[in-house]
Write a protein that binds this ligand. Sequence first.
Ligand SMILES: NC(=O)c1ccc[n+]([C@@H]2O[C@H](COP(=O)([O-])OP(=O)(O)OC[C@H]3O[C@@H](n4cnc5c(N)ncnc54)[C@H](O)[C@@H]3O)[C@@H](O)[C@H]2O)c1
Length: 443
Amino acid sequence: MVSTRRAFLGSAGLVGLAGQAIAEPAPAANDRIQIGLIGAGGMGQGDARFATSLPGIQLVAAADCYDGRLEHVREVWGPQVAITRDYRELLTRKDVDAVIIATPDHWHSIITVDALNAGKHVYCEKPMVQKVEDGPAVVEAQKRTGRVLQVGSQYVTSLVFQKARDLYREGSIGQLNMVEAWLDRNTALGAWQYSIPPDASEQTVDWDRFQGRAPHRPFDAKRVFRWRNYQDYGTGVAGDLFVHLLSGLHLVTSSQGPARIFATGGLRYWKDGRDVPDVMLALLDYPKSAEHPEFTLVLKVNLKAGSSNENFGFRFIGDEGIMTTSMTELTLGKAVPQKEPGYSIGTFSTAIQQEFLKQYRERYPQKPAAEPAASRENEYQYVPGDNAHLEHHRRFYNSIRTGAPSVEDAIFGYRAAGPALLCNVSYAEKRACGWDPNAMRRT
Ligand SMILES: NC(=O)c1ccc[n+]([C@@H]2O[C@H](COP(=O)([O-])OP(=O)(O)OC[C@H]3O[C@@H](n4cnc5c(N)ncnc54)[C@H](O)[C@@H]3O)[C@@H](O)[C@H]2O)c1
């Protein structure tokens, strides 16, 4: 038996159905994978729900710094789930094969390395690291331990990006020149104004453990439950949101990353004590590689924008077409490349104009019939019900079971997170940053 994903609906009469199926064997009944959840907040519980909805995946343990979340884990998955405030205790458990790490960003690389060293497979939420310099240790630990590591930027598994990659590889837009990508939000929750539980205190929260390597401060519930707003724990809009865009871009173009990064922005609207910008714009130069020509990337996040709750999208601009994507749709606009250089001779004397036209027509004879239609539109839409997040988890457990390569391993994760985090460095230092995308280090 195989599990497959239905693909896109092509719009009538155009490219037609474009099948994109991820086929994999269903696990044998006894092929069980037992998981531990580290960081049982919004995304962690979401990840655990996706994971345990798949055949053979069982949640056996959870670690978190806030007791209320551990209680909720038991309410949802049952009282048999072992709970602890200390993730290291979870990692010593022999019944845990793999862990989901969904803590705040400042813990990602530390727990990932500890988990790999403990022999666990790791699904780590994006961004893989909080600081650029955290990356090499994760890459090394994955290589040395040979465990599966998959970063949780689920867009790389979305049908939109799989389709965009196929069209790009087929040359549908010709030579890539520029990419524009944006992820704008227009709600308080989109700007990370998350709810603070009424029992939040130093009794219910392990504040020291939460802070970890961050500078230690007096207890502050806002810092625990709205940690993204503070550089000590989060990575701002660049690490939180640009990283998704970079992951999608790298999947589509098979790029290793940019060589030069410049970002600007500011705190324009959510002046609630946060120390990260809510508006950011970045320009990234991608050098030529075997997979793509040199091109420029423009990234944008605005946490108070537009009329819809969330705008997510890309424009891949090539010399023969433009591919535009949203979360659920992809449109390919094809343009017939211009073959003639054209002319602008109106300011020359009449005699020279005539002479120019004569020479021009000798070189570019006028065609008797009209040119073919200048453009055609190809549109694709998700089949309703597809879920990239669920599929991303399915791929992780499939890699553990079959040894198939991780779709988003430590190197892929670092090549997305490194440049995203350098946007923060560029913003803070008010200058462009250099990055070697092959060696994955600053230049
Ligand atoms: N893939 C996506 O689309 C997506 C979406 C949302 C969040 N995320 C990522 O998921 C991660 C978690 O985000 P969230 O919104 O769930 O945050 P959250 O605040 O809801 O949950 C984080 C949890 O981690 C716990 N925690 C903190 N330090 C810990 C430690 N040392 N050990 C164990 N638990 C610890 C906190 O108590 C909290 O319950 C972030 O890295 C975020 O970027 C990814």
